[in-house]
Ligand binder design. Structure first.
Ligand SMILES: C[S@@+](CC[C@H](N)C(=O)[O-])C[C@H]1O[C@@H](n2cnc3c(N)ncnc32)[C@H](O)[C@@H]1O
Length: 272
C-alpha cells in the first residue's frame, strides 16, 4: 500500500506554516520537506515503511488490538503531517479478519497542511471524512477513516492536548506515536513537561514509540516517570526508544543515562 494519490507534479504547496516540498521516498511513498522546520516529515528511505516499523510495530498495535478484545484501541499521534500514521493504522484494521474499531487522535499545528492532506488522501486507504469544528475554544477536525473515529486537534500540541483531555475527548491512550520534528528542530515537544502531559493522558498499559534514542530525550522521559527499552532503529538508524509506564527499564539504558553528563530538556530552556 502506498501513498499513491499525491500528484508529485505539484512539487510544492503552502500550508499555514510556510511551504512544503513533496518528496518521493525509496519505498515509493511520499513525504514533505517543511520550510518552517527545515526537515522532512519521514525518513527518505521510506515514509510508509518507517511508519509501519516505528509506530504500528513499535507500539505493538497488532498485539494490543487483540488484547483489548471489544474495546477500541486509543492512539495518539504527535504530528499529523501527511497522515501516514493514520493511513497505516486504518489499513491494518481494514485487513483484519475480525473487524474492530479504533480511536485516532492526532495533534497538528498547521491547519493548511491538514486541509491539503485531506484533499490528497490516497484512494487505496478508506476515505477520511468529516468536518472542522470548534468546542470549548478548541479547533479540530472530527470524522472517520474506515473503522476509526478520528480527531485532529489544530494548534500547538502543548495546549490542545490539555484542552481536549479536560473536555473528555480522549480515551486513555494505549499507544503514543511520538512523531514531531526532531528534538534539534522542535525541542518543545521533547521536554520533561511534555512527557508528563502524555503520561497523564495514558492508560497504565500504554506504549510510547519514538525514532529518537538521544540521551537528552531519554533523560526527559525518565524525569517524567517513563520506563524505557532499547529498540532497533529504522533503516540505517541503529536504535530507537520504546517507553512504558510499567518498569523496569533496560539496565543498559539506565546505566548509559547515569554516565551521561547531559540534562533533560525542560520548557524553560526553550523560552526566548
Ligand atoms: C514529522 S511530521 C509528522 C508526520 C506524520 N506523523 C505522518 O505520518 O505523516 C511532524 C508534524 O508535527 C507538526 N508539529 C510541529 N510542532 C507542533 C506543535 N507544537 N503542535 C502540533 N503539531 C506540531 C508539524 O507541523 C508536522 O506536521
Amino acid at each position: 500500500m502506498r501513498c499513491d494519490a499525491i500528484n508529485s507534479d505539484l512539487a510544492t504547496f503552502n500550508g499555514s506554516m510556510g511551504q512544503y516540498k513533496i518528496v518521493k521516498t525509496k519505498d515509493q511513498s511520499y513525504t514533505v520537506f517543511s520550510e518552517a522546520y527545515n526537515e522532512a516529515c519521514h525518513s527518505l528511505d521510506g515514509a510508509w515503511d518507517e511508519t509501519l516499523f516505528n509506530y504500528l510495530e513499535g507500539c505493538s498495535i497488532p498485539e494490543k488490538s487483540e488484547r483489548l478484545g471489544e474495546k477500541a484501541l486509543s492512539v495518539l499521534e504527535v504530528g499529523f503531517g501527511l497522515g501516514v500514521g493514520l493511513q497505516v493504522v486504518s489499513d491494518f484494521y481494514e485487513k483484519k479478519e475480525v473487524k474492530k474499531s479504533f480511536v485516532f487522535t492526532s495533534l497538528e499545528i498547521d491547519q493548511g497542511l491538514v486541509e491539503w492532506t485531506i484533499d490528497n488522501w490516497p484512494p487505496s486507504i478508506p476515505p477520511l471524512k468529516g468536518s472542522f469544528q470548534k468546542t470549548g475554544g478548541l479547533d479540530y477536525f472530527n470524522g472517520n477513516c474506515g473503522l476509526g473515529k478520528v480527531n485532529i486537534l489544530i494548534g500547538d500540541a502543548r495546549k490542545t492536548l490539555k484542552k481536549a483531555s479536560k473536555l473528555g475527548m480522549i480515551p486513555a491512550l494505549d499507544a503514543v506515536f511520538q512523531d514531531p520534528f526532531s528534538p534539534k528542530r522542535n525541542p518543545s515537544l521533547w521536554t520533561v513537561e511534555w512527557f508528563e502531559v502524555l503520561k497523564k493522558a495514558s492508560s497504565p498499559e500504554v506504549t510510547l514509540s519514538t525514532y529518537s534514542s538521544s540521551t537528552s530525550v531519554r533523560k526527559s522521559l525518565q524525569a517524567a516517570g517513563w520506563f524505557m527499552r532499547n529498540a532497533p532503529g529504522f533503516s540505517s538508524k541503529r536504535t530507537s526508544t520504546r517507553a512504558f509506564l510499567k518498569g523496569p527499564s533496560d539496565p543498559e539504558v539506565i546505566d548509559k543515562l547515569k554516565r551521561a553528563p547531559i540534562n533533560p530538556l525542560r520548557d524553560k530552556d526553550n523560552e526566548t
